[in-house]
Write a protein that binds this ligand. Structure first.
Ligand code: RAT
Ligand code: ZN
Length: 456
């Protein structure tokens, strides 16, 4: 193998070479892959972000504050991310501050306590803490402030619409995919009010968890909305759920349909309860046929166990090891449907990769939520490359707060680049690798695979 120094020709020359068919020298590999990953715009296929027409809570910029607005950004939102609320209570005993007392505080007061506890009195080591640090730094702010005042002033000056452009530029994200939870009354009302306008930066997806996880409540709700459903899906109910789904797919122009499922999710289910059987019937008789008819993938996000500690709200969710057989059976029995699948527990990652080797209609995506941490992103991405080449979607941000795009993509890009570099390095010196090849691989991972799989 050649001495790395022989090939060290400096950053400028490497930049000039990107996009050419020139062979990459071993000594240039790290920089070359890193740059390709930095430059490649990403299609972020799963976020909880919204454009301003969904309402922006007051940050002093708005003449019409909308406290329930869904477009979140700014320091108070960043610091009160539910990942950080969970971390706050690692350090603050319930005897000092109960969960109930915490929720009674204003958003600002909550943010002040979290900042003091996790960022000032302690080192912000966790991934969620480090994310805030990276975000502030990339926005040109000093992350070492002892209080939040200076940050609040900065965010209060941002125009929400222009700020989206700035964040997307900094994160190098070309498209943001929303999670349009239409059973959420707040979101539902906004769609029906007519205030939602198309925004070319955002794509919609239809998130319909209650249809499969809690059909009794879903049926009740849909009936209130004018779709006559009974809790046990008879013929009329199936037709009404179809009408409901088609109406919402038309209204939202969703690019896929999404379900978050608990670890217990089985398909087919052995001796299911009536409630479970109803959910599976909706899946088989309504959701899958509509997805097929409309050419839409179904995204399955499997393994979340909700509200293990209810008083912590979103911060009280857990995970559990799930059944890969459910994914295998769906892909096998519905070969014409396409499935985007992410699983929450580390233990499921290897079998998901192996399943994807068998089924062309299965696309593993992202390192979701609790596995979106550097040690596991590196491990999972390397394993996926080893088992699947570049035929997967390595990451989504899951950002809930716009500014989080900056850190989630910065951190992930570096880790994906590291995994890729290791893989190319293993091919040296036997194999000749060109810069075009690297660019093509990186394009597939950050956007091409999503475009091909979702939009085919
Ligand atoms: O990652 C999160 O913020 C979770 O609370 C969930 O939103 C999860 O990603 C989901 O989509 O259900
Ligand atoms: Zn999510």
């Amino acid at each position: 193998m050649a001495d790395a120094k022989t090939y060290d020709r400096g950053r400028d020359m490497i930049e000039a070479d990107i996009g050419s068919g020139r062979t990459v020298a071993p000594g240039d590999l790290v920089q070359c892959v890193q740059q390709a990953c930095e430059r490649q715009p990403a299609w972020d296929i799963h976020t909880h972000l919204y454009p301003p027409c969904f309402g922006t809570p007051d940050l002093n910029f708005s003449a019409n504050p909308d406290p329930q607005g869904l477009m979140l950004f700014g320091i108070d939102e960043l610091v009160t991310y539910h990942y950080l609320i969970a971390e706050l209570f690692r350090f603050i005993p319930q005897s000092k501050l109960t969960h109930e007392q915490f929720w009674k505080l204003s958003r600002r007061e909550q943010a002040d306590i979290i900042w003091k506890t996790l960022f000032v009195e302690r080192t912000p080591l966790s991934e969620a803490c480090r994310g805030v640090v990276t975000t502030l730094e990339k926005l040109g702010l000093d992350p070492n402030e002892r209080s939040l005042g200076a940050y609040r002033n900065f965010f209060a000056e941002q125009d929400p619409d222009l700020y989206i452009d700035q964040v997307m530029r900094l994160a190098n994200v070309s498209t943001i995919t929303m999670t349009n939870a239409i059973f959420d009354p707040n979101e539902n009302r906004r769609w029906l009010s007519g205030d939602v306008r198309p925004d070319s930066r955002f794509k919609s997806t239809l998130r319909i968890d209650p249809l499969v996880n809690d059909f009794t409540s879903a049926a009740e709700q849909m009936t209130l909305w004018g779709y006559r459903c009974s809790p046990l899906p008879d013929g009329r109910t199936l037709d009404e759920v179809k009408r409901f789904l088609n109406d919402w797919l038309d209204r939202t122009q969703s690019v896929y349909v999404a379900l978050s499922l608990p670890p217990e999710f089985e398909f087919p289910a052995v001796n299911p309860s009536a409630e479970k059987a109803a959910g599976l019937q909706i899946l088989e008789k309504v959701i899958l046929p509509i997805c097929l008819h409309r050419g839409l993938p179904l995204a399955l996000m499997i393994g979340s166990r909700r509200r293990v500690v209810p008083s912590l709200r979103d911060a009280g969710d857990m995970l559990g090891r799930s059944h890969i057989e459910a994914v295998v059976n769906l892909c096998r029995l519905y070969p014409q449907n396409r499935f985007l699948v992410t699983m929450l527990s580390r233990e499921n990652q290897h079998e998901l990769c192996v399943a994807a080797r068998k089924f062309h209609n299965l696309m593993p995506f992202g390192c979701w939520w609790f596995i979106n941490i550097p040690s596991l992103i590196r491990e999972i991405t390397t394993m996926r490359l080893e088992l699947l080449g570049t035929s997967f979607i390595p990451q989504h941000s899951d950002a809930r707060i716009l500014d989080q795009l900056i850190y989630k993509w910065d951190h992930s890009r570096r880790l994906i680049a590291e995994s890729l570099t290791e893989m190319y390095g293993r091919l040296f010196p036997a194999c000749r690798i060109t810069r075009d090849q690297i660019e093509n691989d990186v394009r597939a991972l950050f956007s091409g695979n999503a475009e091909r799989f979702i939009q085919q």
